[in-house]
Design a protein around this ligand. Sequence first.
Ligand code: CAA
Length: 380
Amino acid sequence: MDFTLTEEHKLIREAARDFANTELLPGVIERDNKQKFPKELVKKMGDLGFLGLMVDPKYGGSGMDAISYVLVMEELSKIDASASVIVSVNNSLVCYGLEAFASEEQKQKYLTKLATGEFIGAFCLSEPEAGSDATSQKTTAIDKGDHYVINGTKNWITSGGRADVYIVIAQTDKHKGSHGINAFIVEKGTPGFDIGPKEDKLGIRGSDTHTLQFNDVKVPKENRIGDDGSGFRFAMKTLSGGRIGIAAQALGIAAGAYELALKYSKERKAFGTEICNHQAIAFKLADMYVDIEAARHLVMKAAWDKDQGNNYDVSSAVAKLFASKAAMEHTVEAVQIHGGNGFVKEYHVERLMRDAKITQIYEGTSEIQKIVISRNLIKE
Ligand code: CAA
């Protein structure tokens, strides 16, 4: 076992840390207040190669491994989880999905633009009545020979109003259940494809979340990803990688809150000494450190599994389950350590606490991760 990062890993982590501190930090409170999408910053992240980190350079990507991806996600998420979810969805749900499962023509047409940030991607699986129960897709895609006609509603879609390309999961043959589901590439502006109002959210308020409506949307047959009926397995495999990204996001949120709490506790005085010298605070810091270290190891293990070509369905679920719990618990503690100041926006920890919650919900709730883990345990 070798826990040493390569020089390349250290460099990309440093680049992400610099970007987060110099570019993301200055406007993060305002973007959160106003629910402002970081359009210019997304462009800069594209220029830095953060939007197609793992994509082969022949498709315009950075050609890095999953370890690099989680290092970048952790650093960005310490400062701005709204920006990091855009990176995560584009990298692991859209670019990875296309690189692993799309045809060469689809890769040339879409992946080359998504990997550079010229296009932003969205992944549309969730529906009003199919969130955790993802096989119960109500959106239909009817085969009309040379094209499909899509009808239905998708909910809580990250980058929903800003994306150029949408991967849409829909039911083609409901008698076949999960084997009758397909995944399609739908371009923004396709007639009948409408974007609903932006959601007013508790956290990750800078990210752009919408309901999408599909009314008789004609999609050419060449826009179906993979074989007929392969859409559910496509979604599940893609989400396994997505969960590594969200686990790294949760880790970053927890680590960001911990770093702020540690610094504050060394400056703030009460009862004649810095508050870190009180055991009540020191033990909170120790608990945070232990869970963050454990989360980091689990995130790295899942990324390593992906890089090695191992199955990562379970390790990604374990990492997401653990890291998101740590993020929620320890951002609350970071607010507590900050006392009254923790309740004020300028100290950042209240935002990290609000941002943490979604990591226990999206890309599979904590309960879904337990289903994935336990089913695999029982199967073995
Ligand atoms: N890889 C390959 N195939 C898989 C798979 C995987 N990881 N997981 C399941 N499958 C296959 C199964 O083997 C099965 O195939 P067979 O019929 O041939 O055996 C088929 O898919 C159906 O699987 P299940 O019977 O296990 O299906 P289920 O109805 O019990 O559901 C579930 C399984 C794990 C609960 C799944 O529905 C799930 O993951 N739900 C959560 C969905 C989710 O994560 N949504 C997040 C939305 S996206 C988002 O949040 C993005 C964003 O914008 C941030």
